[in-house]
Unconditional design. Structure first.
Length: 497
């Protein structure tokens, strides 16, 4: 007797938990790197040729919520197959990322440590040398990245839902061109403001002409050493936990969030959230925060932990743990934006007067820089998905990045983030949702919604839905015409205009 839809769903949930547990072990240092290929090999019963016909037959007679859940499960089965086909190459890349090193002045330096070394280096010539070493290291792995990209394309096309890009859109329900149109709107409507801010921060912090700015220069500015900024992970956690207690959504309630603090992380190790068993076991991994960027990263992961742990446990797997991940990331971005909120920063980070103003202005500029890079990255990913010669796309990536940021990007870095799963579209959609939700919360409960007890019941009900609705549907519930750039543009203008 063959599989039933219920059996596929149950197996998918167990496999997802095992997969996230393995990723947690690798990302937290419990293992040198995660190895996923053996897990996929053990689950041949979930292969596409076994699972897809069962789900598609059920879909033929389904409607309403049943149809929605089945489409979610079909999308999961498709992604499972493609990831399974790519697992060995993905493991090979993870092994490289975990073990690669460079020779630097008679020392072996992990490649993962170079980012921190670059942002900490005040001497521009030395910083440029380190950036060159980093680019050389990433160029070594380009052939492997191309193999991964080509394997992903082939596997996606074998699903029978069109070519690579068509399969992604049809099985996820996400319109990539529509997302890109909002990205283009954002680029157009923030261009003048961005260029003015770039000129101000470059002239004020770096002795370099604006036309010669490189990525490592922006990384250095982002460290904000001159502010002597209080940035301890314990103070960030304490501040957010106190706010969540105040609004009636305590982070520790029910023991769902498992807090793991690593005081001595390995190279490149960062905070992350792993929803291993939604909502019963959500692991929040915390590392020391030594820069404004790492503080914002921690806030993002706290926001995701709040999302996963507040999801209604009675929802089916298809609504608790799979679906539009832009929703969970959007709630992460909502909390990350506390790092740009004057009231929260003043109280949580003990900044006052001119130091507070300098921090907020620069942090808002850096966020705008990241958003413009994100929109440009999506444009590149779409072009890459249609290119017959992906190995020659480095110069195009550099060109698009410069058009968006007026910062020179080394073309050897074009596959540092592979983009085969259109993660740039997911992240941009998350930021669009976050902006709409943040402005709605401010309108309903005030600019300090994060400490308003009146906001608690609204957020509790909002988060309980988990991934039942996608990011566009949630924006419509907030009164927006879907995922649009307007709230995100308005945020930028409020902070910098």
């Amino acid at each position: 007797m063959g599989l039933t839809v219920r059996e596929i769903s149950d197996r998918a949930e167990r496999f997802t938990s095992a997969l996230l547990e393995e990723l947690f072990d690798g990302m937290s240092g419990r293992k040198s790197w995660p190895e996923l290929a053996p897990l996929y090999e053990s689950q041949s019963v979930l292969a596409w040729e076994e699972a897809a016909p069962v789900i598609e037959r059920a879909l033929a007679g389904a409607s309403g919520e049943e149809e929605r859940r089945l489409r979610r499960l079909l999308g999961w089965a498709a992604e499972h197959q493609v990831r399974s086909d790519n697992a060995e190459l993905d493991d090979e890349y993870r092994h490289w990322h975990a073990t690669a090193y460079v020779e630097l002045e008679s020392s072996r330096i992990p490649v993962r440590r170079l980012d921190a070394m670059i942002e900490s280096e005040p001497d521009r010539d030395r910083r440029r040398e380190l950036a060159e070493v980093r680019a050389d290291a990433h160029s070594i792995v380009i052939p492997l990245q191309l193999d991964r990209l080509n394997r992903w394309r082939t596997s996606a096309e074998e699903l029978g839902y069109g070519d690579y890009r068509q399969a992604v859109q049809r099985l996820s329900g996400v319109s990539l061109p529509a997302t890109m149109r909002q990205g283009e709107r954002f680029l157009d409507e923030t261009r003048e403001l961005y260029l003015a801010e770039l000129q101000e921060h470059i002239s004020g912090r770096l002795e370099v002409p604006a036309s010669e700015v490189e990525v490592h220069d922006i990384e250095r500015i982002g460290r904000m050493d001159w502010l002597d900024l209080p940035c301890q992970e314990s103070s960030i956690l304490d501040a957010v936990q106190a706010d969540l207690e105040t609004i009636g959504l305590p982070l520790a309630e029910g023991g769902r969030v498992e807090l793991t603090v690593e005081p001595f992380p390995g190279p490149g190790m960062k905070a992350f959230c792993s929803p291993i068993d939604v909502p019963r076991r959500v692991v929040l991994f915390v590392t020391p925060t030594i820069s404004p960027g790492s503080c914002r990263k921690l806030l993002w992961e706290i926001g995701e932990a709040v999302h996963w742990s507040r999801t209604d446990a009675d929802l089916p797997f298809e609504y608790r743990a799979i679906g539009d991940r832009a929703v969970a990331e959007g709630h992460g971005a909502l909390f990350a934006d506390l790092a740009l909120n004057q009231d929260w920063v003043r109280d949580a980070r003990s900044l006052q007067d001119e130091s507070l103003n300098q921090y907020l202005r620069l942090a808002s500029f850096l966020d705008l820089y990241d958003l413009r890079r994100l929109a440009a990255r999506l444009q590149f990913d779409l072009e890459l998905s249609e290119s017959d010669r992906p190995g020659s796309m480095g110069s195009r990536w550099s060109e698009l990045m410069y058009e968006a940021t007026h910062v020179h990007h080394d073309p050897r870095g074009y596959l540092t983030r592979l983009g085969q799963r259109f993660g740039s579209a997911r992240r941009l959609r998350a930021r669009l949702l976050s902006a709409a939700l943040g402005r709605s919360l401010a309108d309903r409960f005030g600019r300090d919604w994060f400490r308003s007890p009146r906001a608690g019941p609204f957020l509790s009900q909002w988060l309980a839905g988990g991934l039942t609705r996608d990011a566009g549907e949630l924006c419509e519930l907030l009164g927006e015409p879907g995922l649009v750039a307007d709230p995100l543009v308005a945020n930028v203008r409020d902070r910098l205009g």
